[in-house]
Design a protein around this ligand. Structure first.
Ligand code: ATP
Ligand code: MG
Length: 162
């Protein structure tokens, strides 16, 4: 049996549309149960990536920066739960929003994932975004948790090839 090669891969994202295209590639190969852990400072492009993700998944509704909302649901062939944990006081609050059910049936994208790390599954796709210039960002992508040839590995492999 071959062990899948998974490491951290860095992409340079020149222009917001390139960040959206990364999200779209992830969405196109995602299956229910995938959790995407998004990190990076204000304006790093987390919501831009989720916008592309929504396109790749073919879900309904516009993805916005949910200023006062913690979760928004986009229904589709595979539904997308968009979480913004920036204002979340306690990760346990997410359980009140039906977290476990969504975990089983949808793709979940979490902005400010560092704030809810305790409730995230060990096996997930992590994307760290950082500013490099006005229109340039870097994305460090990795599949966390025990390495296995699963849906997370597949999404990782497709995401890093542009
Ligand atoms: N290469 C790029 N990738 C992503 N966004 C870019 C890029 N270049 C410029 N931008 C701009 O940076 C901003 C990114 O905003 P976005 O809301 O996606 O960030 P965010 O990480 O979700 O911020 P917040 O922490 O406030 O939720 C947008 O205005 C976008 O047009
Ligand atoms: Mg955002």
């Amino acid at each position: 049996m071959t062990t899948p090669v998974e490491s951290t891969h860095q992409l340079e994202l020149v222009g917001v549309e390139v960040t959206e295209a990364l999200g779209e590639r992830i969405g196109e190969s995602a299956a229910a149960g995938l959790v995407i852990d998004l990190r990076g400072e204000l304006g790093a492009g987390k919501t831009a990536l989720v916008r592309g993700l929504a396109r790749g998944l073919g879900v309904e509704g516009m993805v916005r920066s949910p200023t006062f909302m913690i979760v928004s649901l986009h229904k589709g062939p595979i539904s997308l739960l968009h979480v913004d944990a920036y204002r979340l006081e306690d990760p346990a609050e997410l359980a009140l929003h039906g977290w476990d059910d969504w975990l089983a049936s949808s793709v979940i994208a979490v902005e400010w994932a560092d704030r809810v790390e305790a409730i995230l599954p060990a096996r997930r796709l992590r994307v760290d975004l950082a500013h490099q210039g006005v229109n340039v960002r870097t994305a460090r992508i990795c599949a966390t948790g025990p390495s296995s040839r699963d849906g997370v590995a597949l999404v990782y492999e497709r995401a890093i090839v542009c």
